[in-house]
Design a protein around this ligand. Structure first.
Ligand code: FAD
Length: 511
């Protein structure tokens, strides 16, 4: 695999735009099938938000769940998806369910791509749910195996934002997934990757998409495709204007995608060609704790604390899966704050990506600390009696072990992150706030990417306003509108669906 500049007028069988997990799956499958494939990536680094991710892949009914002895099945996943999403998009749901086991078997037939099941419950109580989870992750990848290609893989979010490379040791999570797919694609000898190629336009001829136009440091180049162009270039979460136009709540500054990488170039280009769109106000939501530089940290897995709105009231079960908590936050009176006591020694009782440095957060004022709750209320601008009342009521629930207001701790997902050692009462998710000093961390609506985009069919072909495929044009991942609609069914759905539809796209191109 090369990362050289594009020779003017280059022609390949397949063009893949973007280099996240979907894009590289598409590139690997196409290249392994003998198609001359080029990956065009806008930035100097490969992997996009996929590289930042935990790389959980929600691909049900595969040999990975079978190896883990989970008793998962395509049928159970169908039941679950139908319960959550209904039958809108049933053709894409069925294509997804049918292809997932086949794709995983195919990927794992290459020794470079290996997965292992990891416990993480599905997100919604519905028939067909796996309480222990059905998603899996890639095995860690020793950097030596990747050799020079390792420097092309985008580092974890904190290191990337700080302009640092990978730490010593193996690549893990999203970096491992990107690295493994890259390695496997490399070994086919049929794939080329070109960084710093920002695709801004689609070229057509004889009624089909035949190539792309890309801006590079050396000027604009044209790249042509014999079979098709797969757009797998993420969403438009990084573009404030498009977010405003389509009514996506939150902020580009609070999105978790690599800054400036995903600005909807391909959405715009395909719409200019007449492509239809769907779900443009949607995203894969999450709460974000605000960071000193104004960005946000993906926050999940609370094991203490409560989240209060601008009136000092709780408004949701704080242990909800992050997308559902994000939706609650979008409807809440903001600003919101995560209020916690000192039983965690001043650390946030939650997982954050990137991790938080409490001293820096306190110094910048995005976290505040006070000896009493009324004093804390003053610092975050909520009525003192409301905050003290909310905490007193919650502490009562903690003693009883039930949360009649928001049912925290009733779902297996809630309990997944809880630590019984934190809670003196019978419900491990209800940890009283009674150890001063008290803290409040500002909570904002963050996202892991937008999930609306180009309308596609079961073969990942981009559709026009009449529902007809635009010949030669395909989309996957967050460039396309997700068939899961306004629901986030479980860990790994963004990446799992991106991988499947990218694979289906290149398979269709080869027909
Ligand atoms: P991306 O992975 O963002 O890739 C898009 C690529 O396209 C980028 O490299 C970008 O630079 C490039 N690009 C953009 N515009 C152009 C252009 N004009 N020309 C060329 N290239 C372009 N999801 C899961 O399923 N499982 C998880 O475990 C998980 N964990 C997460 C953890 C974190 C911390 C975060 C932030 C997200 C997580 N997500 C997870 C969400 C998931 O990572 C993303 O929603 C998903 O990876 C998006 O994939 P994508 O292929 O659509 O886009």
């Amino acid at each position: 695999m090369r990362d050289d500049r594009t020779e003017a007028g280059a022609t390949h069988d397949v063009i893949v735009v973007g280099s996240g997990a979907g894009a590289l799956t598409g590139a690997l499958v196409a290249a392994a099938d003998g198609l001359d494939t080029v990956v065009l990536e806008r930035t100097p680094l490969l992997g996009g938000t996929s590289a930042y991710s935990g790389a959980a892949c929600w691909l049900p009914g595969t040999q990975v769940q079978e190896r883990a002895g989970l008793g998962d099945s395509t049928e159970a996943a169908r039941t679950y998806l139908r319960a959550l999403v209904g039958d809108a998009g049933a053709d894409r749901r069925e294509a997804f369910l049918r292809h997932a086991p086949e794709l995983v078997a195919r990927l794992e037939s290459d020794p470079a791509v290996q997965f292992v099941w990891q416990a993480f419950p599905d997100y919604v109580a519905a028939p067909g749910r796996m309480d222990a989870g059905r998603s899996f992750v890639p095995r860690a990848l020793p950097q030596e195996e990747l050799g020079d290609l390792a420097r092309l893989v985008r580092p974890a979010v904190d290191r990337d934002r700080a302009g640092r490379g990978h730490p010593d040791g193996p690549l893990v999570q999203g970096r491992a997934l990107i690295g493994r797919l890259l390695l496997a694609a490399t070994r086919t000898g049929n794939a080329t990757v070109r960084t710093e190629h920002r695709v801004t336009g689609l070229i057509t001829g004889n009624g089909r998409v035949t190539g792309v136009e890309a801006r590079t440091p050396d000027g604009t180049v044209t790249v042509r495709a014999r079979h098709g162009v797969l757009l797998a270039a993420g969403g438009f979460e990084g573009d404030a204007a498009l977010r405003a136009e389509y009514g996506v709540p939150g902020s580009a500054a609070w999105s978790m995608a690599p800054s400036t990488a995903t600005t909807g170039d391909l959405l715009r280009a395909a719409v200019r060609l007449g492509a239809a769109t769907d779900l443009l106000d949607e995203a894969w939501w999450c709460p974000g704790t605000q960071r000193p530089d104004g960005s946000a940290a993906f926050t999940l897995g609370l094991r203490g604390g409560i989240v209060v709105d601008a009136a000092g009231q709780r408004f949701a079960n704080e242990s909800l899966p992050y997308d559902r908590m994000g939706r609650a936050l979008a409807a809440a009176r903001t600003p919101a704050h995560l209020v916690f006591d000192s039983r965690t020694g001043g650390a946030l009782p939650a997982v954050t990506v990137p991790p938080a440095d409490p001293a820096a957060h306190l110094e910048s004022g995005v976290w505040v600390k006070a000896d009493t709750l009324p004093e804390l209320a003053g610092l975050i601008g909520v009525p003192a009696d409301a905050l003290t009342g909310t905490v007193a009521r919650f502490n009562g629930h903690a003693a009883d072990g039930t949360d009649p207001d928001h049912h925290r701790g009733e779902d297996p997902y809630d309990r997944f992150f809880a630590d019984p050692r934190d809670a003196p009462g019978p419900n491990p998710c209800l940890v009283p706030l009674d150890r001063p000093p008290y803290y409040a961390a500002r909570v904002v609506l963050s996202d892991l990417g937008t999930k609306g985009g180009l309308r596609t069919d079961a073969r990942a072909r981009v559709l026009d306003a009449r529902g007809a495929p635009i010949p030669g044009l395909y989309a996957a991942g967050n460039t396309s509108a997700s068939f899961t609609g306004r629901v986030y069914p479980g860990p790994g759905v963004p990446i799992g669906t991106a991988m499947v539809f990218a694979s289906l796209a290149v398979r269709d191109m080869a027909l």
